[in-house]
Design a protein around this ligand. Sequence first.
Ligand code: ADP
Ligand code: MG
Length: 343
Amino acid sequence: MSLYLDIHKHFRGFKLDVRLDVGNDTLAILGASGSGKSLTLGCVSGIIKPDEGKINLNDKTIFDSKNNINLPPQQRHTGLMFQNYALFPNMTVRENLCISQKSNAAEIDDMLSKFGLERVKDLYPSQISGGQQQRTALARMLLSRPAILMLDEPFSALDSHLRFQMERELLDVFHNFDGTSILVSHNRDEAFRLCERLAIFNNGHIEVEGKKSEVFANPQTRTAAILTGCKNISRAERTGKGKFFATDWGIELQCNKLDDAVKFIGIRMHSITNEIHNENSFECRVAQVIENPFSFTVMLIPKNARENLRPIGWEIEKSLWHKVKNETVNVCLPPESLLLLRD
Ligand code: ADP
Ligand code: MG
């Protein structure tokens, strides 16, 4: 089970150039609005035609511009779930599930029971909750026996409590599905919980792709660092072997890694510590303290900064902050926690 694609499409003012090779895995796509995520899923499902390229699904060619192959959507057997679920408003829940000709009445009843929809099966989409609409859309997608599951921002219409519940249901769906699954998400935590691999989209192409733990540990680019939730990013200028001057923070940092293409340096807010080492320890002025439900975010300005344009955010447990809080604090940006980033 796999998806391979190498596609190109030009619009006025936007160029999509995407290459992707996924196996029997669950892939999350993270990217800013307008970066080409939905277009890519549209090309796989066949509702959008690339100008050029090739798409193989489970080793079958479904699109190949060179050989004039372009299977219509109904022959591709892709399951694509849209943000608004695209249920038929004039059909009941059960009727919405019946539109797939591949399933019989018993399978439909099975699916209604599996997704807890029996009580609402004769109601119309407008009469059921957001979670029930989403379950109906999921059930309908699975009944079509898709060769691949693709979900385009499936949780954006749900409130946070329901999101978590639906997320767990989706985890089961992905787990039980034999094939490639793709989830477009806006939320890095949700992407991390649900998927094994991660692709970072930026302006029409995939900038970073890999195992989620590796992408989080080493995002490689500024965009990937931002999308995986890194809040502290500064421009960086190399000053020596493994040494960088962080322009926005006004401090020099020692790194363990060497990389010539580094343009930015980042550190996650929770990676900063108050254990002092020889390297990268700084006395800082506390510029602002922000209280979160279970932690504080303390905004710091290094005291000997040459020029400081941006404070550094430090996330610290509440009890620890109560012990160390002061007008100035000593913190360390451990070399092994620094993210070296390309543009
Ligand atoms: P997202 O990553 O938010 O899902 P999309 O894939 O929907 O973004 O769209 C990416 C970009 O492609 C949009 O910013 C838009 O500029 C361009 N685009 C999409 N469809 C069309 C179209 N039919 N005509 C022109 N430009 C389009
Ligand atoms: Mg989209």
